[in-house]
Design a protein around this ligand. Structure first.
Ligand SMILES: [Zn+2]
Length: 426
């Protein structure tokens, strides 16, 4: 047997490897069994290849590497908080093998040239294991006016359209975006928050909100946007993906849309599933995100929706910010928390440990669910599948700042105990 480091070196060099006695979660077949997992250097295979690096993976779990539909790498414009290279390193640290980067950089990604520039940044990054997929703006400059050149952006490799960070507010712009995206067979991913109804709300009702007299975020700000988006998806036939749902009332809207045959998918983030507004310790902007944390009943509704598949995707909304910006306090600090490094352990704790979700079903929310939302082939552990595997350790883990590869540390996930950790991305 070899060390895990030796196995990682073999995998990085494209040489064969074998995980002996690993608990393998295959989201496609639904199998959850202890067995050996083999790779010929590029693809999984059904027997050990002579000369393979072999690791005794007893006590470990293997699954296809996670797909994160929603990350913000801040390059260009915010390199102090994150670069493409540091974001890819954070993804790899977290067992995430595919990311979809949001286009709300500065300047925003609304042209084929901008997408090409991002791709060259990723190509120059030391981290080679993570697939870097790009979404592109719905509207020119993310300004909510003229619709961006979606056909050119699709030809340049955009996998989805979104103005994330903000909703596409005018109904006419969203309708045109959806109509043209439908013709391209690409999803529209919406930050479903109506800013007028949100009215500057930064938190849901809780003790911390009351103590600091913080403006409260009403559920209706999300519900109105979700209803509008679903109505436009019905009118246009578009594939609609609703980002970071946070309100209990969104769940029956999504369930009804899916039941009626609309191609609507939705995501929930690790922070909205693990925490609720009552957990906010005070005026600490590492707990400030958009939309804000739900109350306990809202979190319970989101968890049920994830368990029964109405919400078919986990996604981090990894949103790095410099410590100085987050130090401005809850009202003045920017929205957003990072999440890539702790995403798998945090969702395991919330859904498997606390809700009893079967591990294989949990793995689907990180793999086949997001793949379906993007129209990608479903990731599996079957022989012939590409070797992109996350290896988790089943032992308590309490991450400190050294667990992070991100340039930022704004999040509520550190210094807590999780039942699993990510050992490697293979
Ligand atoms: Zn958003």
């Amino acid at each position: 047997m070899n060390s895990l480091d030796t196995l990682l070196l073999a995998a990085a060099a494209g040489r064969p490897w074998a995980l002996r006695g690993v608990r393998a979660l295959d989201p496609v077949s639904g199998s959850d069994e202890t067995r050996d997992l083999f790779c010929d250097g590029a693809r999984l295979c059904d027997r050990v290849v002579p000369g393979a690096a072999e690791f005794d993976a007893g006590g470990c779990l293997a699954m296809p590497a996670a797909i994160d539909l929603h990350v913000h790498f801040r390059e260009p414009g915010g390199e102090g908080a994150e670069t493409v290279a540091s974001g890819l390193a954070a993804a790899a640290r977290g067992g995430v093998g595919t990311v979809v980067a949001m286009p709300n950089t500065s300047p925003p990604l609304d042209s084929p040239a901008a997408l090409a520039r991002q791709r060259s940044l990723a190509a120059a990054a030391p981290e080679r294991r993570v697939r870097y997929l790009l979404s592109a703006c719905c509207t020119v400059g993310r300004a909510g006016g003229a619709v961006a050149p979606l056909e050119e952006l699709a030809a340049a490799g955009a996998v989805a359209f979104t103005d994330d960070g903000a909703i596409v507010a005018p109904d006419s712009a969203m309708e045109e975006t959806m109509r043209r995206a439908a013709a391209l067979e690409l999803p529209v991913m919406d930050h479903a928050v109506d800013p007028k109804l949100a009215a500057g709300g930064v938190v849901r009702p809780c003790a911390a909100a009351a103590a600091a007299a913080l403006p409260v975020f009403p559920d209706e700000a999300e519900l109105a946007a979700v209803r509008r988006d679903i109505a436009l998806a019905r009118a246009t036939g578009a594939r609609l993906h609703l980002q970071h749902l946070s309100a209990a009332g969104s769940v029956p809207l999504v369930a009804a849309a899916r039941a009626s045959g609309l191609r609507v998918t939705a995501e929930a983030t690790p922070h909205h599933l693990l925490f609720c507004a009552d957990d906010i310790p005070g005026d600490d902007a590492d707990w400030k995100m958009n939309p804000p944390l739900p109350d306990a009943a809202g979190r319970a509704a989101l968890r049920r929706a994830v368990a029964d598949g109405v919400i078919s995707c986990f996604a981090t909304d990894h949103a790095p910010h410099p410590a100085a910006a987050k130090a401005r306090g809850f009202l003045a600090a920017p929205f957003g928390v990072i999440g890539l490094e702790c995403a798998l352990p945090a969702t395991w704790l919330a859904m498997v440990e606390q809700e009893g979700m079967p591990p294989c079903e949990w793995a689907r929310r990180w793999t086949t669910g997001p793949a379906q939302a993007l129209g990608l082939p479903p990731p599996s552990l079957a022989p012939g599948a590409p070797a992109r595997v996350a290896l988790l350790r089943r032992a308590p883990w309490t991450p400190g700042a050294d667990a992070l590869a991100s340039r930022s540390s704004n999040c509520p996930f550190l210094h807590r105990r999780y039942p699993v950790s990510v050992a490697a991305l293979l």
